[in-house]
Design a protein around this ligand. Structure first.
Ligand code: M6R
Length: 607
């Protein structure tokens, strides 16, 4: 969470480049933005806040009078508030005696660090200000800036990264990371530091010129000095991103990219003649995976919903599996057998709650696998093996295409592991052939955009609603409800449809609507019973169903392509699409920006 961008260059263009840079990182937080920049005469600072998500990095220009001045160093920050409310005082960069600091992370022992500063007065409520003031305190005593940074880095607990500009070093930036994401990239006339590969997309940074900061690095305009090299430099794939194109929002663009998302995930990984998934990332560990008794999926938010799908699918294929919400895992004191393996699912690969579980499982010595989107992210590097989802950069805070990428890769895992066990070659062939048809089917659903938009407009008048489904489509009800809450701020609860009669039915009235996911699968008849129970209590029902069934109920409906019943476990790939679009269009109708939902950030790097 929070985006950091800094640049050092003799071109003198660092201020504008830094404002652009933090603009490209707004998916990491957009509560406020700030920049500190050096000009010939002085060190300048500009900040703005955006509590209603109305502003973006470019609005910083309104606060700057000397934009054309020669600027060889600049450092910017876009904030997702963790420590202290959204205010100008809490906006980064924060100032010490001689240093300015942009910080990402959470200093867990901040009160202890504060005590080391005695009676020092603070302008902000942030832990970041404590860090910069403490560094400057040590620096004023020792005259050694690197040592002072090192000392504070070792005193602070939690996953953190920061970049510091000190007025005694007017042509340098100092970068530090202790578990927080921070990358360096060399362009033809500058060095950039950023907390996310997205910042390098529009710049001429070559892959071989990227470095992942593991400790402390001093950066100048054409080189960097690694103060303590813990690991060989790693190459980060910054993906290819062409901006929003003709789409008004990243979320809509990413929804429409989904036929390609599945193709990317399956590309080169389906061996039709052997009815198997070819997963290079699992090659070296395949023999160990054959011995695994139970697979545990772990993730958060949308990634957790993908975990629910994974567990249900594995069980259907005869492999014992269960899903865990990462932040709840430890409290459950789960009994882990020596032969159990874990599959960690994450778009960003930086989610702190998920990382905590990896640490716990590594300590126990069980196999840790990954289903991750961002290459070389922490989860990708901490796990023993894994498969990238290859969805490309996802900028919308509400995850859409990454979910589809996750369940695509999970389907491949399931085939691979089931083929190791009891699945026949013919069954494997059939599943993989069907999977390769999914992109076309999704494209057909996307063609119904106008119809889905009309349904969204009808749902708009309801402030409270249920999302429901049976079997695997209950999982999609969870995902649909999460999407709606995130970007429309409407109240949605997700239930297995069969649970209605056990309590939730009490809320049904003409002012309460239910979105039911009920394709013509093996539980369709039961789903219709549930729908009728709502209708006879004057509840409003919207249904996502398949195009092979004629029902005589007067329901607003979206029809998705029908699947043969033996492949009904692939319906989630299709039923999720209309739900993403419904939430998107409700948000747009309400005048909300779906790319910047309030209170949220794309990567949740704090516990
Ligand atoms: O990067 P991750 O997949 O690990 O992120 C997990 C959740 O924070 C994420 O899915 C979040 O719930 C999204 N905003 C959902 O749209």
């Amino acid at each position: 969470m929070c985006g950091i961008f800094g640049e050092v260059s003799l071109s003198g263009d660092c201020l504008k480049r830094t404002i652009n840079g933090i603009g490209s990182l707004e998916h990491r937080g957009y509560d406020s933005m700030g920049v500190v920049y050096k000009t010939k005469e002085k060190t300048n600072i500009a900040k703005i806040i955006s509590p209603d998500q109305s502003k973006s990095a470019n609005d910083l220009y309104g606060e700057i009078s000397n934009i054309e001045d020669f600027c060889p160093v600049a450092l910017g920050h876009t904030r997702w508030a963790t420590c202290g409310k959204i205010s100008l005082n809490n906006t980064h960069p924060h100032k010490g005696e001689k240093s300015y600091l942009a910080h990402n992370g959470n200093i867990i022992n901040v009160s202890k660090l504060k005590k080391l500063l005695g009676s020092e007065k603070f302008v902000s409520e942030t832990d970041s200000e404590v860090v910069v003031k403490l560094i400057d305190k040590y620096y004023s005593k020792s005259g050694d800036l690197i040592n002072s940074i090192e000392k504070v880095l070792s005193l602070a607990t939690g996953a953190n990264s920061f970049v510091l500009f000190n007025q005694d070093f007017p042509d340098k930036l100092f970068c530090a990371s202790k578990g927080g994401p921070l990358l360096l990239g060399k362009t033809k006339d500058s060095v950039i530091v950023a907390s996310d590969p997205a910042a390098f997309l529009s710049r001429d940074v070559k892959r071989e010129n990227l470095y992942k900061i593991e400790h402390i690095v001093a950066v100048s305009h054409n080189s960097w000095e690694i103060i303590e090299k813990k690991r060989a430099s790693e190459i980060v794939d910054p993906f290819l991103d062409n901006g929003k194109g003709d789409y008004p929002h990243y979320m809509l663009k990413e929804i429409f990219e989904q036929p390609q998302t599945i193709k990317n995930a399956l590309n080169g990984r389906t061996e039709l003649d052997r009815g198997n998934a070819h997963l290079g990332g699992l090659h070296d560990i395949a023999r160990d995976l054959r011995k695994v008794e139970t697979f545990h999926f772990v993730g958060c938010g949308t990634a957790y919903n993908a975990c629910l799908y994974g567990a249900a699918l594995f069980n259907r294929f005869g492999i014992d599996a269960r899903a865990w919400i990462a932040s709840e895992f430890i409290y459950n004191h789960p009994y882990i057998k020596p032969n159990d393996a874990f599959i960690f699912v994450s778009q960003s690969g930086e989610t702190a709650d998920t990382i905590e579980v990896i640490k716990e499982i590594k300590m126990k010595g069980n196999i840790c696998l990954g289903v991750v989107n961002v290459p070389d992210s922490r989860i990708a590097t901490m796990t023993d093996a894994g498969v990238y989802i290859q969805s490309g950069i996802e900028k919308g805070v509400a995850s859409t295409k990454a979910f589809l990428g996750m369940i695509s890769v999970i389907l491949l895992y399931a085939v691979f592991l089931a083929r190791q066990r009891k699945m026949t070659i013919d069954t494997g062939i059939g599943i993989l052939k069907m999977a390769r048809e999914l992109p076309k089917m999704i494209a057909l659903i996307l063609e119904q955009e106008d119809k889905i938009k009309k349904m969204a407009k009808k749902i708009l008048r309801f402030d409270n609603m249920y999302f429901m489904g049976r079997s695997m489509n209950y999982i999609i009800a969870e995902e649909g409800g999460l999407k709606l809450k995130e970007i429309t701020y409407k109240h949605a609860e997700s239930y297995p449809l069969g649970e209605m009669k056990h309590g939730p039915l009490a809320l049904i009235s003409p002012d309460f609507c239910s979105v039911v996911i009920a394709p013509n699968d093996s539980v369709y008849a039961e789903s219709l019973v549930g729908i009728k129970e709502i209708l006879c209590r004057n509840g409003k029902v919207f249904i996502i169903t398949s195009d092979d069934y004629d029902f005589d109920l007067p329901l607003d409906n979206i029809r998705i392509p029908a699947l043969p019943q033996k492949y009904e476990f692939m319906y989630p790939f299709l039923t999720v699409i209309p739900l993403q679009l419904i939430s998107y269009y409700i948000a747009v109708e309400l005048g909300l920006n779906p790319d910047k939902p309030r209170n949220l950030a794309k990567s949740v790097t704090v516990n």
